[in-house]
Write a protein that binds this ligand. Structure first.
Ligand code: HEM
Length: 277
């Protein structure tokens, strides 16, 4: 029997605020292949091939983290023989990032702490960004990566670095972000100029785009493996949900203007609220 979806919990009956919402997770299960594996890896291969400058990030000092992430991919045991040999054939950090970007379904990022305990992005394969530019984030600490998100650093910034530093090696936590989009495309890199949320809008043109995330502390290097898996929920499904529909309406009504701008929904906020009624 299918279990109930977890996304309704993202829309509780309270005013909008960015939420930490982390709970213990399982990185091996998070990265395990799903029924959509063939389509997902085909699309990842497409973006890695055609836009490597947008999706592949790699600093030389990331080599030990990349090697450990590849060990995880082997140890978690879900690779096909072809995927396993593609991974083993890659011997330098950049081709290794490309190979790992093609076998895992989720986007992944690797971070290490600097001397001040700030987590810094050193390598990644991000094929499905939600309207941010991965190529602008390489080498930045998390507080700078999060700088475009209004109010986030003020409300949760200090907690985020501390939280990651306290994850026990070999253990994982999971959390989610949500946004709204006029497109169900997985890759929403700004260079694609996908349609925006503007009036007039019909419910079937809108998706709630959920980023499910895992934070896994690598046991050998102590680095952070951060995974992002997307879930598109049609607005009509949220509208049909007894608690999520009023919860999302309330979040939209109470969201500060600057956050609505950041999330790209300020021009359609009233329409979206009306569509959920
Ligand atoms: C517990 C840890 C974390 C929390 C609570 C957190 C929270 C958030 C939130 C609330 C947003 C705004 C999303 C939205 O409303 O659309 C965001 C955006 C983002 N986060 Fe995190 N995050 C965490 C860890 C990370 C990590 C480890 C990375 C890895 C690099 C990361 C990279 C990003 C990026 C790239 C964005 C988009 C920034 C932009 O638009 O330029 N986050 N995060």
């Amino acid at each position: 029997m299918d279990s109930a979806p977890s996304w309704p919990a993202l829309f509780p009956d309270r005013d909008f605020r960015f939420n930490f919402g982390a709970h213990p997770g399982n990185a091996a299960a998070f990265f395990a292949p799903t029924a959509e594996h063939p389509q997902l890896v085909r699309e990842r291969a497409h973006w890695l091939q055609t836009s490597p400058a947008h999706c592949l990030l790699c600093r030389d000092e990331a080599a030990p983290l990349i090697a450990e992430a590849m060990d995880c991919a082997e140890a978690w045991g879900d690779l096909s023989p072809d995927e396993r040999s593609a991974l083993r054939a890659a011997t330098a950090p950049a081709p290794q990032c490309h190979a790992l970007g093609r076998v895992w379904e989720p986007d992944w990022l690797l971070l290490n702490p600097d001397d001040a305990g700030r987590w810094v992005l050193l390598a990644a394969a991000v094929c499905f960004p939600s309207t941010w530019r991965p190529e602008e984030k390489l080498g930045l600490p998390l507080s700078q990566i999060h700088a475009p998100v209004p109010t986030l650093n003020e409300s949760l910034g200090a907690q985020i670095d501390k939280f990651i530093g306290a994850i026990l090696p070999g253990t994982s936590w999971e959390r989610s972000n949500w946004g709204l989009s006029r497109s169900s495309e997985l890759c929403q890199h700004p260079a694609r100029n996908l349609p925006r949320l503007t009036a007039p809008l019909r419910a079937e043109q809108v998706w709630v785009r959920i980023e499910n995330q895992v934070l896994h502390r690598l046991p050998q290097t102590g680095g952070l493996l951060f995974g992002i898996r997307l879930e598109n929920v049609p607005l009509s499904a949220v509208k049909a949900h007894a608690t999520a529909a009023p919860g999302l309406q309330r979040a939209l009504r109470t969201m500060p203007d600057e956050v609505a701008h950041y999330k790209g929904l300020h021009a359609a906020r009233e329409e979206l609220i009306a569509l959920l009624a």
